[in-house]
Structures are given as C-alpha cells and as structure tokens.
Design a protein around this ligand. Structure first.
Ligand code: 13P
Ligand code: SF4
Length: 303
C-alpha cells in the first residue's frame, strides 16, 4: 500500500476524531489501516465504548447499524453503502411477527447478521462466538433461531436439551461449500488441521477439528502446531498469510469463500470516507433503535 495514502488517512483521522473499525473479512490492506479489527462480537463490544465522535465501519450494513444502535451520539459511516449481507436479506420483521404468532411463548433469538428492524422485534441477539453460551442460558420452552439454519443447527446439536426451531436462512457464501470440496482439501493437505465457520453446512462442519467465529478461527490457527486449512471467508486466510509469513495456512476454496459485499472498500475509498466525500451516514428511527438495542444489550449481558 502507498505510504502517502496511509499517512493521509492517519492525519485526517486525527483531525476529525475518527476511529476505523474493520471486520476480519476485509482485505488485508483495509485491516492494516483499521484501529480495531475483530469478529462481529468484538466489534459490537468495542462500539459500546468508543471515545471518538466519528466511526467508520469497514464491513457490511448490519455491522454499521449495530454501532449506531449502541452509540447513537456518534456519526457512523458505512464507506460502501451497497455492502449488505445475503443472509440478512433472508428475513423481514413481518416474517418474524407471523412466526411468533405460531409460537407465542417462544424466545426469539436473532443472529447479529440481521437488519436493525429485525433485531427490534426479537428478544436477544447472538454472534457466532457468543451463540452457544447465550442460547444455553436462555430459560424458554422454545427458541426461535433466525436467520441462519446452519449456525442454529450447530447450536441445536450441541444443546440437545433445548427446543430450537430454525428459520430457513443461510449465508450464501459459507452455505455453498460442499463436503466434496472439504474432503479434497483434506486429501491435498493430510498433515493440516481444519477450522471452519459454523455458517457452513453440517456436512462440512462434521469434518472440522474446530468450528467457531472468525476470531476463534484466527486464534486456533495461530496456536496450532500444524498447518491449518481456513474454512471461512477468504479475507481471514489473506490476512493471516500476510501477517504471519512463517506459519502455514491453506485456503479452502477461495473462489467459493469470497463474500463480494466484504470486498468493496479500497484504501482510496476509505480515505474518501474519512474525508467525508464517500459513504453513507447511518440514520435510525429512535423508537426502532431502542427496541433493537434491547436485543443487543441482552447479548452483551449474557455473552
Ligand atoms: P463472525 O464475525 O461472528 O465470525 O461472523 C462472520 C460473518 O459472516 C460476518 O458477516
Ligand atoms: Fe453475510 Fe455471509 Fe457475507 Fe458474512 S460472509 S456478510 S454472513 S453474506
């Protein structure tokens, strides 16, 4: 990356009291420019405590909305307004209201990969790194888990005493990975361990040595005494390979595991966003924000 661009971003950030957050799926050149990087849970926790008055979220829309929900006094900018999430588009608040009518006593548990409007009609949020802990603590006869059938099914299998009913949504990136692709990668690298995201299908997760959030996968890969096949969006392997050239990581189908929405932001676009020339300022209706905040606050309490 160009040094001049890097120092311009640093200078403009300081002048405008701005902090840059980046999800682990962002390209390595964006990760290198961020002040805080992490999985969805780490970013949500950080958002609740940021001292700066302006936040640039390098990620997708639901992540920028989560920051605004937790820190309404801040200006929150999504540099690439088209960066959405295929899974978040698979459920609407109206879908949930109808589903709740069929299960009036259930607790509604939303993956954080949902719109603010969806969170506003749910009881609690979870992320991939907090879901197991939080769902295990929910004291409800039935849990409606949405939208990810794969993450929900993974939790349901680990918590057989809970009655968990799943929405039929999925991540279009992780759900595309097949058992054949996993077996081929394992055959190609028989000495390696396999780490996957629980947004993958059960036929994939069952072959893994660990399943967890992006941050948990990074932690596992750095501590492993063997090479690791990285079974999540390619940004994780891109950054690991760049930051730790002495360690060995293998990609698992990088063509399949590319989330186009996570690749819109470039260093030049980020500079334009810091300069106030690019990006969308997130605005949420106050009533909706407060309703959505209840679900996220419950997640932060239980997670
Ligand atoms: P985590 O950040 O919780 O690992 O989730 C992955 C994801 O798909 C984010 O869009
Ligand atoms: Fe959404 Fe999947 Fe992209 Fe994550 S990887 S932002 S869940 S589409």
């Amino acid at each position: 990356m160009n040094d001049a661009l890097q120092s311009l971003i640093a200078q403009r950030k300081a002048q405008t009291d701005t902090v840059i957050l980046a999800h682990t799926y962002q390209p390595p050149e964006i990760i290198a420019l961020a002040d805080i990087t992490g999985d969805s849970f780490a970013l949500a926790k950080a958002a609740a405590k940021l001292p700066q008055k302006r936040v640039i979220m390098c990620g997708v829309r639901f992540m920028a909305e989560s920051v605004k929900i937790l820190a309404p006094e801040k200006e929150v900018i999504l540099p690439a307004p088209d960066a959405g999430c295929g899974m978040a588009r698979m459920i609407t608040p109206e879908d949930i209201l109808a589903w709740k009518q069929e299960h009036p006593d259930a607790c509604v548990c939303a993956y954080i990969n949902t719109t603010a409007a969806v969170k506003a009609v749910c009881d609690v949020c979870v992320t991939s790194s907090s879901a197991l802990k939080i769902v295990s603590k929910l004291d409800a006869e039935e849990i409606l888990f949405l939208p990810d059938r794969n993450l929900g099914g993974w939790i349901a299998a680990l918590l057989p005493d809970k009655k968990i009913t799943l929405w039929n949504g999925y991540c279009p990136v992780h759900d595309n990975l097949t058992e054949e692709q996993v077996l081929a990668a394992k055959a190609e690298h028989p000495d390696a361990l396999l780490a996957v995201h629980p947004e993958c299908r059960e036929e994939v997760v069952k072959h893994a040595d660990m399943a967890g959030s992006t941050a948990e996968i990074i932690d596992f890969a750095l501590k492993a005494d063997k090479p690791v096949i990285i079974g999540t969006e390619r940004g994780v392997a891109d950054t690991l390979t760049k930051q730790y050239p002495d360690k060995q990581f293998y990609y698992l189908c990088p063509e399949t595991l590319t989330c186009p929405d996570m690749k819109y932001i470039t260093p030049a676009l980020l500079l334009a966003a810091v300069n106030g020339e690019q990006g969308e300022k997130i605005i949420l209706d106050e009533e909706l924000r407060l309703a959505a905040k209840k679900s996220i606050d419950r997640m932060l309490e239980l997670g």
